[in-house]
Design a protein around this ligand. Structure first.
Ligand SMILES: Nc1ncnc2c1ncn2[C@@H]1O[C@H](COP(=O)(O)OP(=O)(O)OP(=O)(O)O)[C@@H](O)[C@H]1O
Length: 261
């Protein structure tokens, strides 16, 4: 689809980024970026180190502000994110999962999910809160989604790296996000964990929209329907995994250099 066609069908997009720019100390990290994410889509973003992938997620979540450009969230006349604060953007339903898992190590898997479910109730209310049957049902549902029902009474600190990552994804799901931003989920995982993570992310698409940043091309192939290749802060190529993997420019600036790392 051309940029004009994309702009014309904007009503369907969960995220619309147009003319986005961001420099650090005069160095352009995001360069006139136009990027559109469909509602329910799982988009994978790849690209060399320093291409601006993490910066792009920072701009969406309000961690940093763009120098210029628009980021709209939601179909139709979306909400303009660029002037909002991080917690306001989070409350709209945009959640980010960083590379390192962050769970409450001394608590059980179940309690971690319960605490996430209660996050919006505030600390004081949470201290004295007893879960309702609806909460228990929701937690059971999430446990099933992340395939950790049998692990629910385990202390989170005793889980494997992969299990911690799935738990954290579950904790984000407890907040019912519309858009999930996931930073290198397969990093540090075994092949089996990587595959399960791919299955999990694929199962979330549709009901949620997802942007996944990843370097592991086996994993990208497993999850990717549409891949965006970011290079020097703008889109180098976009399309199916086969399309981008066979593109000489993508091979030149990224795939051909991966083994050098
Ligand atoms: N807060 C900051 N201040 C100054 N420079 C920054 C800041 N954040 C990022 N950069 C620079 O911006 C460029 C893009 O970084 P970014 O982390 O977005 O790349 P990336 O595509 O995520 O790379 P990687 O694959 O290595 O994570 C890099 O040159 C980085 O050093």
């Amino acid at each position: 689809m051309s940029t004009q066609e994309q702009a014309a069908s904007k009503k369907e997009f969960i995220l619309t980024c147009e003319g986005l720019n961001k420099s650090f100390d005069g160095f352009k990290v995001i360069d006139d970026l136009n990027l559109y994410i469909d509602k329910g889509e799982l988009r994978t973003i790849i690209g060399p180190n320093g291409a601006g992938k993490s910066t792009f997620l920072d701009l969406i979540t309000g961690r940093i502000r763009p120098d210029s450009g628009r980021i709209e969230f939601g179909p139709g006349e979306g909400v303009q994110l660029t002037k909002m604060r991080e917690h306001q953007i989070n409350r709209l339903g945009i959640s980010r999962k960083f590379q390192t898992p962050s769970v409450y190590s001394d608590h059980t898997v179940y309690d971690n999910l319960l605490m996430s479910l209660n996050r919006n109730r505030g600390v004081f209310a949470t201290l004295f809160y007893r879960e309702t049957p609806a909460d228990r049902e929701r937690i059971d549902e999430i446990l099933e989604t992340i395939r950790m029902t049998e692990k629910k009474q385990l202390i989170a600190g005793s889980l494997s790296h992969g299990q911690k990552q799935w738990l954290e994804i579950g904790m984000l799901l407890a907040q019912d996000p519309k858009l999930l931003l996931v930073d290198e989920p397969a990093a540090g995982m075994t092949d089996e964990e990587t595959e399960r993570t791919g299955e999990l992310l694929l199962s979330l698409a549709g009901a949620h929209s997802l942007i996944v940043i990843e370097h592991d091309m086996v994993f990208v192939r497993q999850i990717a329907t549409k891949v965006t290749v970011l290079h020097q802060g703008s889109i180098l190529r976009e399309g199916s995994i086969d399309h981008v993997q066979s593109d000489p420019r993508v091979v030149e600036v990224y795939l051909g250099r991966q083994h050098e790392k």
